[in-house]
Design a protein around this ligand. Structure first.
Ligand SMILES: C[S@@+](CC[C@H](N)C(=O)[O-])C[C@H]1O[C@@H](n2cnc3c(N)ncnc32)[C@H](O)[C@@H]1O
Length: 290
């Protein structure tokens, strides 16, 4: 008999694998075997399929053997030996997880902009559109007149804000490539290449609303930037719940977001938006800067 992480007894994993192949992932998961099969990340990709073709069966057996091997090692090798071996070999990188490695310079954002064609598409084609539409709607309802956008990137959200709200708009970003693109594609809006930590736009620009999507998690000095915003401004910003190469932090819950940022607001509303079935989430901050 085999014992899984939760202490239930089952047949050995190899037998379970066969059962899994014949019955499909849904059935096996309902038998509470996820403790045994969780290592087989490929299985997730096959979730809605049955293993009817030979190729799938072979792929599954290979994955399963790998998972069972790891599972056996975990069960029979003392934890202290395992930790030592892992430290010597180095941290394991999962294929679908992106490491959070920290703050990047303007050149990094220039290069990442050039590497992706997504930015030149209309805002309705953006994966963030569902979130941006909420922000634009709230800004319109608030009767805003003028917007300052921090880390505006190549100007997709700027276009939506202008189309939806009719507000006066100034956006800034320290990536020259992104700002040049924004200005070229939207000549009726104003984009400036500025670093959030050096710019005087926070005091010289005319704005009653600040938009700041997917920026705060990219800089160590997020709170320094919030302190620069004029008191009484309405603020709309988003932060994520997942790591990324250029993220210096991410958030696990609304409380997590609140405990870092509430002090900068008179009234902070935080709404959670699910972005995919795997749990990718954005938190929308909406409040008046104190
Ligand atoms: C993830 S992108 C978000 C772009 C846009 N706000 C959006 O939601 O699509 C982060 C942006 O912040 C900009 N950025 C990062 N650090 C900055 C800084 N110190 N000053 C100005 N812009 C910065 C980057 O160039 C990049 O365009």
């Amino acid at each position: 008999m085999w014992r899984d992480g939760a202490g239930s007894h089952f047949a050995p994993p190899s037998l379970l694998s066969l059962a899994y192949n014949r019955r499909g992932v849904g059935r096996v998961r309902s038998w509470r075997l996820s403790g045994i099969v969780r290592e087989g990340t490929k299985l997730v990709a096959h979730r809605r399929r049955r293993y009817t073709c030979k190729r799938c069966v072979f792929t599954w057996i290979a994955t399963s053997m790998n998972a069972n091997f790891k599972s056996l090692i975990r069960k029979f090798v003392p934890p202290i030996v395992l930790r030592g071996a892992t430290a010597m070999i180095g941290p394991r990188r999962s294929a679908d997880r992106v490491e959070q490695t920290g703050q990047k310079g303007a050149e990094w954002y220039d290069a990442s902009f050039e590497a992706s064609g997504d930015w030149s598409r209309h805002y309705t084609a953006s994966e963030y559109y569902f979130l941006w539409a909420v922000i634009a709607d709230r800004i319109q309802r608030a009767g805003a007149k003028s917007i300052l956008e921090i880390g505006c990137g190549p100007g997709q959200l700027a276009r939506l804000l202008r189309d939806k709200t009719g507000c006066k708009y100034v956006g800034f970003d320290f990536s020259q490539k992104r700002v040049e693109h924004a200005q070229k594609v939207h000549p009726d809006l104003s984009f400036v290449q500025q670093d959030a930590f050096r710019t005087d736009l926070f005091t010289t620009c005319d704005y009653d609303t600040v938009v700041c999507t997917e920026f705060l998690e990219h800089v160590e000095g997020d709170t320094v930037v919030l302190e620069k915003i004029r008191n009484g401004s309405r603020f709309f910003g988003t932060v994520p719940n997942f790591p990324f190469t250029s993220h210096v932090r991410h958030f696990d819950s609304e409380d997590d977001v609140r405990s870092r940022y509430a002090v900068f607001f008179n009234d902070l509303r935080i709404d959670k938006f699910l972005a995919d079935a795997a749990g990718k989430t954005f938190y929308l901050l909406d409040g008046e800067i104190r």
